[in-house]
Ligand binder design. Structure first.
Ligand code: SF4
Length: 346
């Protein structure tokens, strides 16, 4: 099937919500880890979820991997609805949707060889005859460019570098021939010098195997490099989404602008051009009313502290949940203390 013939996303979710009850609070208090997130993952495309720690991006990946049952929401795999009431997904779902974890050092058992880690899913999911397992393991190692395979199959995890371990983890996911890869910060624990190689491998696999990839990261620059589209999360909610180049080159939401402003830029000689009004990310137990970013937003208006902003189409498939882009007259509301005038449209 060619890319143009694909009419159904490999994975589609609407209204995903994850509230964790707090022990001892009698069910009255919850942590709002993820609130009302919808997304589509398409074959042959990388979708990046970007946000700081505690934004809910990893929880979202765990929901999609069916490691946790969400509080609310719906999920479709290849157009068929997935029942979300049970905590764990079925074996079929788990082989179709694979999760790459952040830490390659702890995702592999230190007492087993690379060959064992790759042969096990092949056997459990009956992907290769017992007599053909060694050949299938070698093919997987070649697929992730650990060559010659004979040099790696007998090694223990501690004998490999972080980048090589993450390649083994990717090969283990590929063993069950998935259609969706969920990569949760797959390069954040690797040396900067080897991150690019792993990202390039992910892109190559995505294109050649027509996999739908979710790339979870706190790094907008790597998201722009790898992804087709980007979703930016803040305090459990999606605040901006759209084509990757547009979101990074023309960010519409003040939080995305802030993330970009805080990113390292070798050509910038002064301090970051945009700063917050102060404050830390809000409590997820008792999130602020209105826009959850209003306590830090440099452009906050009175309406921002009372009413949740709608998601506004700012053009070209880019959406921002911000009153600055809403058509209602509330844009003229008075600024909050410490806020600056909103930027003028160019
Ligand atoms: Fe939120 Fe208001 Fe700032 Fe927009 S302007 S990000 S709605 S606080």
């Amino acid at each position: 099937m060619t890319a143009t013939e694909v009419t159904t996303p490999a994975l589609r979710a609407t209204g995903l919500t994850q509230h964790y009850p707090i022990r001892g609070a009698g069910g009255k208090k919850v942590v709002h880890a993820v609130d009302d997130v919808s997304l589509e993952l398409w074959p042959g495309q990388v979708t990046a979820v970007v946000g700081e720690s505690g934004s809910g991006k990893s929880t979202l990946a765990r929901i999609l991997a069916r490691l946790v049952a969400p509080t609310a929401g719906q999920l479709w795999l290849d157009g068929a609805e997935v029942p979300l009431s049970t905590r764990r997904g079925s074996r079929g779902y788990r082989s179709t949707v694979q999760l790459i974890l952040q830490d390659p050092f702890s995702s592999l058992n230190p007492v087993h060889t690379v060959g064992y880690h790759l042969a096990r899913p092949l056997r459990i999911h009956r992907m290769a005859e017992r007599s053909a397992t060694d050949k299938a393991v070698a093919a997987l190692l070649e697929r992730v460019k650990l060559t010659p395979p004979s040099q790696y199959a007998g090694k223990l995890p501690h004998e490999l570098s972080g980048g090589q371990l993450q390649r083994v983890a990717i090969a283990r996911c590929l063993a069950v021939q998935p259609r969706v890869l969920l990569a949760d910060e797959p390069v954040s624990m690797l040396d900067v010098s080897i991150r690019l190689g792993v990202l390039n491998l992910l892109e190559e696999i995505c294109q050649e195997e027509r996999l739908a990839v979710l790339y979870v990261t706190h790094d907008l620059a790597s998201a722009r490099y790898l992804a087709t589209s980007i979703m930016v999360m803040y305090a459990g909610q999606v605040v901006e989404s759209g084509p990757a180049l547009d979101v990074v080159d023309r960010p519409a939401h003040p939080y995305t602008q802030l993330l970009l402003s805080a990113a390292a830029d070798p050509e910038r000689t002064g301090p970051a051009v945009l700063t917050t009004r102060g404050g830390a990310p809000p409590s997820l137990i008792d999130p602020p009313t209105g826009c959850r970013f209003h306590l830090r937003c440099p452009h906050a208006m009175a309406v921002c502290s009372t009413d949740a902003p709608p998601s506004v189409d700012v053009g070209g498939g880019q959406h921002a949940a911000c009153w600055l882009h809403a058509e209602s007259g509330t844009r003229a509301g008075s600024a909050l203390p410490g806020a600056r005038p909103p930027p003028q449209a160019s």
